[in-house]
Design a protein around this ligand. Sequence first.
Ligand code: SF4
Ligand code: SF4
Ligand code: FES
Length: 245
Amino acid sequence: MQYELWILRQDSPESTPYRQCIPFETDDPQMTAATALTQINETPGITDSEGNPVQPIRWECSCLQKKCGACAMRINGVPRLACDAKLAECAKKGRITLEPLRKFPVVADLICDRSVLMKNLHLLQIWFEAETKADETVGDLTYDAARCLQCGCCLEVCPNFYADGDFYGMSGLLPAARLLTALPDIQKHALHRACRAHLYEGCGKSLACRNICPAGIDIDRLLVNSNAAAVWKRRMAKKKREKSR
Ligand code: SF4
Ligand code: SF4
Ligand code: FES
């Protein structure tokens, strides 16, 4: 099968992006966009569809097994992992567009700077400061939340997330939801405050992120549970105030 890979390229963060068509041929029905990019870059003397020499395509990958989130990009307009995108399934009449994620600054070609994800987790202070005990009653929920790859695909489709905004999106909510079940009370309260400011209040519950997660995380259920936790906490605080009157 002959494919046309239309790649949105950018030489540096400041330069103007341009599209380039690179032909690619394979008989392998399992061939992914990630493997195609690897093979193209390994070809001596890469050329575009008009035979002009082109530079290797810059993109990120690590595990090639849908485990690290590094290879997230827009494939035919949909944010997804390149190592999980089979050419045979996502091509339209043999044509595939590869673009960097749009919500983050582009570094070069398909590489973008997603460091804001880690920065936001740091601002939420998502770490243990004292001994903790796992809450077995919410084990499957915390396990599900722990599968987040921090790939950013959900943020790409979220109408409320901007890289420098106050709302941290689903990739912030999931690690927070995981820790909220295990943190000692004093740290839990601080995290609840941070979650209210940067997660609960900013999420419009549009669920645009529901079907996009490459890890298959049950986002509906986590949202329902985090909302329930927030409502429960407000009720408990109200009860406490009423008692002390
Ligand atoms: S439910 Fe909507 S607003 Fe909330 S994180 Fe998902 S896409 Fe964003
Ligand atoms: S919730 Fe899913 S889509 Fe969003 S960052 Fe985590 S793994 Fe990626
Ligand atoms: S390379 Fe790790 S998820 Fe694709």
